[in-house]
Design a protein around this ligand. Structure first.
Ligand code: Z15
Length: 826
């Protein structure tokens, strides 16, 4: 944890008044142990201590939390609502201690109680309410919003089961249920009084109301109740404590009773089961292509609850409906919440009786949309029959939005019916489907991509026609990550050195790390830098050994690729290179190659066979390489199971080399790349996503660049790519593929990897083979650079020093300025 936090918090009498001193903490932990866990110290389990300490920390947040909520309700300020189907917040205790500045006090208190703080912190179950980058981004943004003291709320779903736990059996991924709530969640406050009803199914009727106005009534077949579950989000060393409000679904009692009264007891129970299924489980797909009814129901459920909640807060603020967009802005995290366009219209039209034009003006001024992918297979669409059966009234509204929108297009481009078809909210080319990215774009005042390259490609490809129609709506906000969790919390050794070198201000102003540049060539400073990295590698080596049984040498180059497993991210390109290295070392045992430890981590979507096969391949290579005495001290391959926020804390600080090798134009941004950079890893990467900006900031000489550019990729695929040509032209590549196909890495069973090898030879959709030669050449440059420790350390220091841009504080300031017109209130 950050060095010497005692200097950053009120000391003495003032600390005691806030209850932030060690003595009062110790007292409360003991009290809570008895009053909440019903245990006394002699029989308390480690988990009891975790709960008792967490409740004590939560108590210390409550005052700020209540104050913050009150301030927002009273003030004439706009509140940013971040709508996201995922919030991958990670373990809370360590982070809350850091942000409150009471880590040292907690350590002392626990020590006095005979407990080790780090052991207690390590017991926390991970709240895995997200898949990967998109969900973690939302969590980083909440941390920055609170730290910058901006009025904000996160809205999402309180999944009972988060992302599955990944086990590895015989080299294959096996999914296990994530029972994160089993032992209770001390951070959550359930608010049964903050609840809303959400309609599903049924039919609509239009009628004229008492004042003679046309109104639509939606008679639902089923209603679900959403109950608010709040988690505090304290800013770093500030009074602000924002809220993450997640909705859990419950059955509506009156519906049950109605059925019960007519004697249909089992029918009533059945309804209840369906309602309670809604927020049960997170869909484990990082870039979806499923079209499941329950998933659409989840999206509508949390969006409707959130918008109803915002309308209620408006009332609490004493503001009229006309002021809604002045008081709230809702950021749509990808298309998952894009049904908000239709739902806000419905609430304003049907429930508040507004006219279309006024409702539309409010809706558009309220909503803003962030796009996170260009992959056509990941762009969300919903088939009309499914949509109609679940959401008949929102569908009518979408039709009307589309009718008015296409009129506008026709007026601008008379006779251009192919443009109309391209832009329509409904794709009429096959079975008719609603295009959620179009709905989000039409219903928002701002649309943004998540890295400079991605935003340009968005304007030029997927949303080209829209950018032509409304150029002023399009923005870029390059992603960022929180330096609190991903540097101060996870890398305490380095944090101490940074405090000492540039002062403690870096944690809330990451650009101050520039002050490290002056020390990049200082031999004594370099020695300390290396010692910290080495210690972090020893810690990771311990975790690797307990997770896999494999012993790795911390002196080796730690070459790490952790992220979801996807063909476009090209873990298989990395694997091909490992096989080639293994072959080289078998042939030439004396080869002067730096000892390397390749580390992989990441989950595959349970239905994504090729991604699962890539995991099997990495484990197959690991089994062979790690058991070959000739590879001892030269090569190790690790697949670290169940990569999540918790294990990430040990992984980023221990990396020498960060693998960011996606096919150019496919990775929208990447955020792991930023976490590695902050922790002093060098990047080997393509010109893709935020890598482009990472290289700009670090300097080209401090970045290992390889591979085709986005335009090359596009041209090659347009003109006809022939993967076999690359195999024929490259002996090492052919031999690697042959060895994989031979069964060498699958215990002699040559069929296991056939689908993977054949897919590469025939299609290779993500150009792994086209980029192989350049990747291998670049890896040789990495090897040479590693042989010069002073040169490598200099580059490592400069990467950390120049990572300031990638703080989520910078990103959130940009959202505040450019998209939300929202200022911090102190
Ligand atoms: C997801 O994690 C991302 C995009 C998606 O469309 C979905 Cl469904 C999930 C990722 C991008 O792949 C990654 O490049 C980006 O850094 C991240 O979102 C946050 O913007």
């Amino acid at each position: 944890m950050a060095a010497n936090p005692t200097t950053r918090v009120p000391g003495g009498a003032e600390a005691a008044r806030h209850g932030l001193d060690a003595e009062s903490l110790q007292r409360d932990v003991l009290d809570n142990l008895v009053s909440l866990q019903a245990r006394y110290p002699a029989i308390a389990t480690p988990h009891d201590w975790y709960m008792a300490l967490s409740y004590s920390v939560r108590d210390r947040l409550l005052l700020r939390w209540v104050d913050t909520v009150q301030r927002y309700a009273a003030a004439d300020v706009r509140v940013a609502c971040y709508l996201s189907a995922e919030f991958l917040i990670g373990p809370q205790l360590g982070n809350n201690l850091l942000n409150l500045g009471i880590e040292a006090q907690a350590r002392a208190a626990m020590l006095a109680l005979g407990q080790d703080l780090d052991t207690v912190i390590a017991l926390e179950e991970e709240p895995g309410l997200g898949n990967g980058g998109l969900g973690r981004l939302a969590a980083c943004y909440l941390d920055s919003l609170a730290t910058l003291q901006m009025p904000a709320l996160g809205y999402g779903i309180r999944y009972e089961f988060g992302i599955f736990r990944q086990a590895i059996r015989d080299g294959w991924q096996v999914e296990e249920t994530d029972k994160w709530l089993q032992k209770g969640n001390p951070w959550e406050i359930v608010r049964p009084d903050v609840a809303y009803y959400v309609n599903f199914g049924g039919h609509t009727q239009s009628a004229t109301d008492a004042e003679g106005r046309f109104r639509v009534r939606w008679t639902a077949a089923n209603q679900v109740k959403g109950v608010a579950c709040d988690t505090p989000v304290p800013g770093y060393r500030v009074e602000t404590c924002n809220t993450l409000r997640l909705w859990k679904s419950e059955a509506v009692e009156s519906f049950d009773l109605a059925d019960f009264n007519v004697g249909d007891y089992y029918g009533a129970v059945q309804e209840k089961v369906i309602s309670e299924t809604l927020s049960k489980v997170l869909y484990p797909n990082d870039e979806p292509e499923m079209g499941k009814r329950l998933r659409l129901a989840q999206q509508y459920f949390f969006v409707s609850c959130s918008l109803q909640d915002m309308l209620r807060l408006l009332e609490l603020k004493g503001e009229p409906i006309e002021r809604f967009a002045d008081m709230f802005v809702a950021q749509l995290n990808d298309t998952h919440p894009s049904i908000a366009v239709a739902e806000l219209m419905r609430l304003l039209l049907d429930e508040r009786g507004l006219q279309w034009e006024q409702a539309w003006d409010i809706t558009r001024r309220t909503l803003a949309y962030t796009n996170h992918t260009l992959l056509p297979e990941a762009l969300e669409t919903w088939g009309l029959p499914l949509f109609r059966s679940l959401l008949p009234r929102p569908l009518e509204i979408i039709y009307e939005i589309n009718r008015r929108f296409l009129d506008e297009v026709r007026q601008r481009h008379p006779g251009d019916e192919s443009r109309v078809a391209r832009m329509s909210l409904i794709d009429e080319s096959g079975d008719r489907r609603i295009r959620m990215a179009h709905l989000a774009t039409v219903g928002s005042h701002a649309v943004n991509g998540v890295a400079a390259l991605h935003s340009s490609l968005l304007r030029e490809t997927v949303l080209r026609d829209f950018a032509e129609l409304w150029p002023e709506r399009f923005h870029n906000v390059t992603n960022g990550v929180t330096p609190r969790r991903f540097l101060a919390l996870c890398n305490p050794g380095l944090a101490r050195l940074l405090d000492e070198t540039v002062g403690e201000g870096w944690i809330a102003d990451l650009t101050r790390l520039r002050g490290l540049e002056a020390h990049a060539d200082d031999a004594a400073f370099q020695r300390r830098w290396r010692a910290i990295k080495h210690a972090n590698k020893e810690v990771l080596a311990q975790h690797i050994q307990s997770a896999t049984g494999v012993v790795v040498d911390p002196r080796a180059l730690f070459d790490i690729q952790v992220k979801r497993i996807h063909e476009y991210k090209r873990q298989h390109l990395n694997a091909l290179y490992m096989v080639a290295l293994y072959q080289r070392l078998r042939r030439e045992p004396q080869l002067a190659l730096a000892p390397r430890c390749f580390v992989f981590g990441g989950k595959a979507a349970p239905g994504y066979a090729m991604a699962k096969l890539i995991i099997r391949l990495i484990n197959g290579i690991a089994e062979v390489v790690n058991n070959d005495p000739a590879m001892e001290g030269r090569l190790k391959v690790i697949f670290f199971p169940n990569f999540n926020v918790k294990s990430a804390h040990h992984i980023y600080p221990a990396a020498d080399l960060s693998e960011q090798i996606s096919t150019a134009g496919k990775e929208a941004s990447g955020t792991g790349n930023m976490k590695f950079m902050m922790n002093g890893a060098l990047t080997i990467g393509t010109l893709d996503g935020a890598n482009v900006e990472i290289r700009e900031e670090a300097g080209a000489e401090n970045f290992f660049l390889f591979g085709l550019r986005a335009q090359d990729v596009e041209r090659l695929q347009r003109e006809g790519y022939r993967p076999a040509d690359h195999v024929a032209a490259h002996d090492e590549l052919r031999e690697a593929l042959d060895l994989i196909a031979s069964g060498h890495f699958s215990r002699g069973e040559s069929e296991v990897f056939r689908p993977l090898v054949e897919n590469l030879m025939q299609w290779d959709h993500f150009l792994a083979l086209a980029d192989y030669a350049d990747y291998a050449a670049c890896q040789a440059r990495v090897d040479a650079a590693w042989q010069d420790p002073a040169g490598w350390t200099r580059m490592s220091i400069l990467n950390t020093a120049r990572s300031g841009k990638f703080s989520s504080d910078r990103a959130i300031r940009e959202y505040g300025d450019r998209i939300w017109s929202l200022a911090p209130i102190g």
